[in-house]
Design a protein around this ligand. Structure first.
Ligand code: ADP
Length: 600
């Protein structure tokens, strides 16, 4: 319990200043509107009392009609005030605070994500935290608004009511407080019942959803049909559904029985208050108007208090875990690197004794590698699957920072340079390139969307069939997404588009990590040869498992088990006795027998 309280305070301490700092003016407007609403509800009882007293006196024959009129006007005024203040409050809450806070927090979140080291996205635990952040953003907004409501709406209302009751008869405060206890208890007990129900039914619900998927899920329907498994899944679906309904039914019964008792206690509480009021009236301690006003406002008092506790549960207890998720992400430290861009004319890319392990992995994916790429040099990384090529190339271009050792990119240390500076002259295409739901042109231009340069040369270099009307019916404007009512293209064409994207970006250093796996070896080699011509004066690192393509590089590095096993030109590597490269070449040579290696 203590830990939970601490964590509520921690969340409040982080969230309140953060959101207030983002939207100070709207926050103040919101506070004022909540306060006005609190006042409008709080003054209802004393104003009603005035009218009732005037009426009572008139009925007894010693009142004046004018007081009744004034009272009636005031009561009407308060009702109008309540309506106006309530509407303004709701409008600001739903239309302004909700959206503005959400947008501002999302902006903070996006800015944070931009500065996080890329390797965090390989860490499943952190990734999970990041994915849950979405709910944390919403939850933080809820919590902020609710905390302001507690202070400005509920706070104001309760203070005015307490003053009114104290003024009427101090003991009433205590009596009403006692009368609240059962209804607050009821809410907590109900929450407990539902938490238990949720705990018991969520595995069942997941099973039920899975069986439903087996019966009607488009992806598995074929197999269900082929195996004639419809009746089997239907039986399982119905069984789980019945169990779920049974649990829900039992829970409802328990909740209703509990509320029967609670409502009995509540009625007893009301009766107690009524007796107190009646006693006060008989003894002449309170007026008829006070009697009616207190009695009439108890319903509202109960309603608002129950509302407060229900909201407390919804806005704080249920959101707390998610809010902490968001806070954890916002609090991940980000190193402020230098802003000096790399200089690839005088410096190459140098790795000194670098090692890197993925989160949770037992061994290093790259293990104590030292490598220097000269300005203007093209190197190829080859090796078996899992030998560490992709990881090494991500370290060499600065996407991942080494656990040990240093990587210098164009003279700048990859671990101490801001991403904007570090990547300012680099480009690359990776295996898991993105297929954006944008037009063909936009898909290529994402890195320099304001550039006036034509994307056609890059597409020609990457062999994109942009003139083919069947593939790209609207030319450069073809929307590349079936989901967005556009067209889709083959995996091979997508790889060419992704390669064109990498080539289009102005760069002095480029990395190609097997973006051509879905393209046949002969064409891949053709693309790579053209690529070698283009990158003559630039630093280029190619990753490929096809040695025919590796041949175009000035130097070939053979990776094995996270380490560099061999390094040299194609010819020199072939002569290494018992060499890995020679063995791989032997196995693949046939595919390349038709290609002439007249190097550019
Ligand atoms: P290659 O590019 O040569 O196929 P990788 O660099 O992708 O090799 O992988 C090197 C090693 O790191 C492999 O053992 C692989 O299983 C492991 N690895 C790669 N990515 C991850 C990841 N995201 N999480 C954990 N281990 C990974």
């Amino acid at each position: 319990m203590e830990k939970k309280e601490l964590s509520v305070f921690k969340a409040m301490r982080r969230i309140v200043p953060m959101i207030f700092g983002e939207v100070p003016v709207w926050s103040v407007i919101y506070m004022v509107s909540a306060l006005l609403m609190g006042v409008s509800y709080g003054i209802a009882a004393p104003v009603n009392q005035r009218l009732y007293d005037a009426l009572a006196q008139l009925a007894l024959g010693d009142g004046i009609l004018r007081s009744v009129y004034v009272g009636a006007v005031m009561v009407t005024g308060v009702m109008i005030f309540q309506q106006v203040a309530g509407s303004a409050f709701n409008f600001i809450m739903t239309n302004v605070m909700y959206y503005i806070v959400d947008i501002r927090l999302r902006r903070l979140y996006h800015a944070k994500i931009k500065t996080l080291p890329a390797q965090i996205f390989e860490d499943k635990v952190k990734l999970d935290d990041l994915e849950k952040c979405d709910y944390g953003i919403l939850g933080s907004g809820f919590m902020y608004r609710f905390l302001l409501n507690i202070v400005f709406f509920y706070g104001t209302f309760f203070v005015i009511m307490a003053a009114f009751l104290f003024n009427t008869q101090p003991i009433l405060i205590f009596a009403i407080f006692l009368a609240f206890v059962p209804s607050i208890m009821g809410q907590f007990i109900e929450a407990k019942f539902y938490a238990k129900l949720e705990e018991e039914s969520s595995p069942l619900r997941r099973q039920n959803a899975h069986y439903s998927e087996c019966l009607a899920g488009l992806k598995i329907l074929k197999e269900t049909r082929l195996f004639g498994a419809y009746y089997f899944f239907k039986k399982l679906f119905m069984e789980t559904l019945e169990l779920l309904a049974q649990k829900e039914w039992n829970n409802q019964n328990k909740v209703q029985a509990m509320y029967l008792v609670i409502n009995g206690l509540k009625a007893a509480g009301w009766l107690g208050i009524l007796i107190l009021l009646f006693r006060g009236l008989m003894r002449g301690e309170i007026s008829v108007g006070a009697f009616a006003a207190v009695f009439g406002s108890i319903g509202m008092l109960f309603g608002i208090t129950e509302d407060l506790f229900a909201n407390l549960k919804h806005n704080i207890t249920e959101q707390l875990g998610k809010i902490h998720n968001f806070i954890n992400v916002i609090e991940i430290p980000t190193a402020q690197g230098s802003n000096t861009p790399p200089d690839f004319k005088s410096h190459g890319v140098t790795a000194k004794n670098i090692s890197f392990a993925y989160a949770g992995a037992e061994k290093n994916a790259v293990d104590d590698v030292t490598l220097s790429v000269r300005p203007g040099e093209t190197i190829a990384l080859v090796g078996e699957n899992g030998s560490g090529k992709t990881t090494l190339v991500k370290l060499l271009c600065g996407l991942y920072k080494p656990d040990k050792g240093t990587v210098s990119i164009g003279g700048t240390d990859s671990a101490h340079t801001s991403d904007d500076a570090l990547f300012s002259k680099s480009s690359g295409v990776f295996q898991n390139y993105m297929q954006y739901g944008l037009t063909l042109e936009e898909n290529i231009k994402i890195s320099e969307y304001k550039s006036k340069n034509s994307v056609i040369p890059s597409m020609d270099e990457a062999d994109v069939d942009h003139k083919d009307e069947k593939t790209f019916p609207n030319g450069l404007e073809t929307l590349m997404s079936r989901d967005l009512d556009g067209t889709d293209i083959s995996g091979g064409q997508w790889q060419r588009v992704a390669t064109a994207r990498g080539l289009f970006r102005t760069h002095d250093f480029i990395v190609l990590d097997e973006p051509t796996a879905a393209i046949d070896p002969l064409e891949e080699t053709r693309i790579y040869k053209r690529f070698a011509e283009l990158t003559k004066s630039k630093i280029a690192i190619l990753v490929t498992h096809r040695l025919g393509s590796a041949r175009i590089a000035d130097r070939i590095i053979v990776m094995d088990n996270g380490k560099i096993a061999e390094s040299g030109t194609h010819e020199s590597l072939l002569t290494l006795p018992g060499g890995k490269y020679a063995e791989m070449w032997e196995a693949q040579a046939e595919s390349y027998s038709e290609i002439k290696y007249d190097m550019p």
